[in-house]
Design a protein around this ligand. Structure first.
Ligand code: FES
Ligand code: FES
Length: 148
């Protein structure tokens, strides 16, 4: 049994130790907000926050998550309200197919909380690829959330 917290909830999963956190979240815990794009650590679709840092769930074997705290897109909202970044993506058309969106929003929310960790918005989101939007709507969304 591997024990950790997800979105503030204690969970225990019986999974092979090398099973990807991405698959544990989606298959074992029914948290399908975390998406798979490349499955190779290149696209950022599977981004989660682990112990306060961004992590790629397709690259993390679940055995490495023992005792740690994971936040997925399902845990970003709080107090019955969606997160300001989710609201900004909604208002500014920052999502089309939506595959990149959960990871993009988590990375953007992390940047909003830690703006000094990247040179600028483009660098902050360089690890999150989108095939649909051309990025303008995404950047407009993040800028809107950051100005609030
Ligand atoms: S699915 Fe994890 S980085 Fe692309
Ligand atoms: S909205 Fe489709 S990949 Fe970004």
């Amino acid at each position: 049994m591997i024990s950790f917290t997800v979105n503030g909830r204690n969970v225990g999963v019986s999974a092979p130790p090398m099973k990807r956190l991405l698959d544990v979240l989606r298959d074992d815990l029914s948290l399908t907000g975390t998406k798979e794009g490349c499955g190779e650590g290149e696209c950022g679709a599977c981004t989660v926050i682990m112990d306060g840092l961004l992590a790629l769930a397709c690259m993390v074997p679940v055995c490495q998550v023992e005792g740690r705290a994971v936040t997925t897109i399902e845990g970003l909202a709080g107090g019955g309200k969606i997160h300001a970044m989710q609201n900004a993506f909604h208002e500014n058309g920052g999502a089309q197919c939506g595959i990149c969106t959960p990871g993009m929003i988590l990375a953007a929310a992390y940047y909003r909380d830690h703006p000094s960790e990247a040179e600028d918005l483009r660098e902050a989101l360089a690890g999150n690829l989108c095939r649909c939007t051309g990025y303008k709507a995404i950047f407009d969304s993040v800028k809107a959330a950051m100005s609030r």
